[in-house]
Design a protein around this ligand. Structure first.
Ligand code: SF4
Ligand code: SF4
Length: 160
């Protein structure tokens, strides 16, 4: 499957499934949707996902960001969005697919109260959907390379 199709399919798998059976944003005030202390925020798009943001829906901005992977696109938002516009990174959070399943996304420690409970605390249907999405993504070299760069970045985070 080519990269754009894979990201579309992965997004579909996570269209209506959320980390908890209830709205987890009620427990944290939607912490992962708020910008950080510097007013910075945003989420990296998976390869080719930027094509789904032309034209750019209201409230979003798109810039290139080399912090994790050269040439990656960073989508920033104003803290609210339609579910259909939600990027794959947001749909997966606080999990991250691995080649053999999924793990908690280390970047979540800064914001997400679900991190304390680990995978056991998440909606099993959500975990299953992330694993299924990961299978699609790891079948595609561009997405496999992107995920590998994110995991490497998270490993560097561990050192701080
Ligand atoms: S920070 Fe965690 S608990 Fe809060 S809305 Fe985001 S995923 Fe849900
Ligand atoms: S795109 Fe939507 S889900 Fe993602 S951080 Fe912004 S408001 Fe939250």
């Amino acid at each position: 499957m080519e990269a754009l199709q894979a990201v579309i399919e992965a997004r579909k798998l996570l269209e209506n499934i959320t980390p908890l059976k209830t709205d987890c944003g009620r427990y944290c005030g939607g912490a992962c949707c708020q910008s950080d202390e510097d007013g910075q925020g945003g989420m990296l798009l998976f390869p080719e996902e930027e094509k789904l943001y032309t034209p750019l829906p209201a409230g979003f901005a798109l810039t290139q960001d080399d912090a994790v992977l050269p040439g990656a696109w960073l989508l920033t938002c104003d803290g609210a969005c339609n579910r259909a516009d939600r990027p794959l990174s947001c749909r997966l959070f606080p999990l991250l697919p691995t080649a053999k399943g999924c793990r908690m996304d280390r970047r979540g420690w800064a914001v997400c109260p679900l991190m304390d409970h680990g995978k056991a605390g998440l909606n099993p249907a959500f975990t299953a959907a992330v694993i299924q999405a990961g299978r699609l993504l790891y079948d595609c070299p561009e997405h496999a390379a992107f995920l590998s760069a994110i995991h490497a970045y998270n490993e560097r985070l561990k050192q701080f």
